[in-house]
Write a protein that binds this ligand. Structure first.
Ligand SMILES: C[S@@+](CC[C@H](N)C(=O)[O-])C[C@H]1O[C@@H](n2cnc3c(N)ncnc32)[C@H](O)[C@@H]1O
Length: 217
């Protein structure tokens, strides 16, 4: 669903101290900045419900939200500011295609991909946030025990992603094809997730972990 362009978004984002305007200058220093030993990054956080609420709930870690759409980024930042800014949270308005310029090798502990755009046409698959092109970048910035947690309503994207992750050397640490069948209070429901749940659609979720060198699988 295309988002309406918000005229106030640009100026509002310019004024936000917790929006990191030159994220490349923080490469290798995020944990120091946030004063935390573990770092979670949500890519494509939309209006920021998950990033804000998970960041507040799990404040023992640092939380970075990334969003490339200016209007969505402004709504996420407004949501964040309204709920009270936190010293362990920051935001990047930008395209995750350049994520390796923002984070140093092994700097990130967990990457969250929530309801990423499905890009159904084959010629657009490379834009999927779980395409091999992105996974090779995530592998560089994830620490060796790091995880990528993905949720989607889209079975085609889910099947595609399982293969992409496997081909890029990840193993499946956890999987569900109906995650919300059970109550999961530990995990915040995103804006898109709520919409799909209201329509009665199952939520697919997988946790991927890098396969250790020398493992047998
Ligand atoms: C379908 S929305 C889901 C939003 C939110 N995660 C949720 O679950 O409600 C996907 C979001 O990912 C963002 N996105 C897509 N590709 C991106 C990229 N390469 N870098 C940063 N954000 C991206 C889009 O702009 C959009 O806001």
């Amino acid at each position: 669903m295309r988002m309406r362009r918000l005229k106030w978004a640009h100026d509002f984002l310019e004024q936000q101290p917790h929006l990191i305007k030159e994220p490349e200058t923080m490469k290798g220093k995020w944990k120091q900045l946030l004063n935390k030993e573990t770092l979670h990054v949500e890519i494509g956080c939309g209006k920021g419900d998950y990033w804000v609420q998970m960041g507040k709930r799990y404040s023992e870690s640092g939380w970075i939200g990334i969003e490339k759409n200016e209007s969505a980024a402004a709504l996420a930042m407004r949501n964040y500011v309204n709920q009270g800014e936190e010293s362990h949270m920051r935001f990047i308005y930008g395209d995750a295609a350049t994520i390796t310029e923002w984070f140093a090798p092994k700097e990130v502990d967990v990457i969250h991909l929530n309801f990423s755009d499905p890009w159904p046409k084959t010629r657009n698959h490379k834009r999927r946030l779980s395409h091999a092109g992105f996974l090779t970048k995530y592998k560089q910035i994830l620490n060796s025990e790091g995880q990528i947690i993905m949720k989607t309503d889209n079975s085609d994207l889910f099947e595609f992603s399982l293969l992409q992750f496997q081909n890029e050397g990840f193993c499946l640490a956890d999987v569900s094809v109906d995650f919300r069948r059970a109550i999961h209070e530990e995990d915040v429901i995103t804006e898109y997730e709520r919409r799909f749940m209201e329509k009665g659609q199952p939520i697919y979720r997988a946790v991927f972990q890098l396969r250790q060198q020398g493992s047998l699988d």
